[in-house]
Ligand binder design. Sequence first.
Ligand SMILES: [Zn+2]
Length: 239
Amino acid sequence: MKKILFIPLLLLLIVIISVFISNSVNNKTNANHNNIINNNDDHNDDKDTVLKVVIDPGHGGKDKGATGASGKYEKDFTLSLSKKVEELLEQESGIQVFMTRTDDSFISQESRYRPKYANKLDADLFISIHGNTFSDPDVSGTETYYYHKNSRLFAKFLQKHVVEATGFRDRGTTKKDLFVVRDTKMPAALIEVGYLTNPQEESKMLTDDIQSRVANSIVEGIKEYKERSEKQGILEWIF
Ligand SMILES: [Zn+2]
C-alpha cells in the first residue's frame, strides 16, 4: 500500500476504534439494550418504532400488600399511581402502554401472570409499582429493584427521577430476586416509591400531587432510557 494512503486510513481506523471503545464502555451496564427497540413488523419505517411498556400495579384483590400507617392498603396506592402513569404514557407518541390490572383484581403469585403477560406481549420495558413496608415506622426512602444485568441501567434512570419527585431518602437500586423482575425477559424494574409504614411518607404518597409528580418522573425515566438506547442502536448499526 502506498504511504500516502496508509496514513489517512490509519487515522480513520483510530477514530473508529476509539468510538467503538467508548460505545462498549457505555454498553457495559446495558448489555441487552437491543431488546428495547421493538420494530413493528408491519412497518419498517423507523418512525413506526413503538416501545411497548408494561405497568404492573403491585398486589390487588385479596392480596392487599402492605398496610400503611393509616390503615390504607398498598394495592390501592399502586393502582392509583399506575393509572396516572398509564394516562401520561398514552399521550406519548412512540410508546404503547399495557397494564397487568386496571381494577382491584387479584392476580395469584403462583400463576406468574405478571411476567408471563409482559413476555407474551414481547414488551420492551416492565415496571412494577409498589409501596414499601417495615416494622420500624421511622424507616423511609425510595428504592428500585432489578434482577438481570440488562435492567440495571433502566432501574438507575427510574430511581434517579422518582427520588427527585418524592424528595424521600435515596435508597438506591438493588439487585433482588423477585419473580416479576426475574421472570421478565425485557429490562424490568420494581419501584418501591416510599414506606407506607412511615406516617410522613404515607401521607405524602396518598396525595394526588405527589402521585402526579411520581407518575411524571417514571415517564421521564422511560424516555431517558429510550433516548439512550436509540443512540446506542444507531452506533451499533454503523459499526
Ligand atoms: Zn408491594
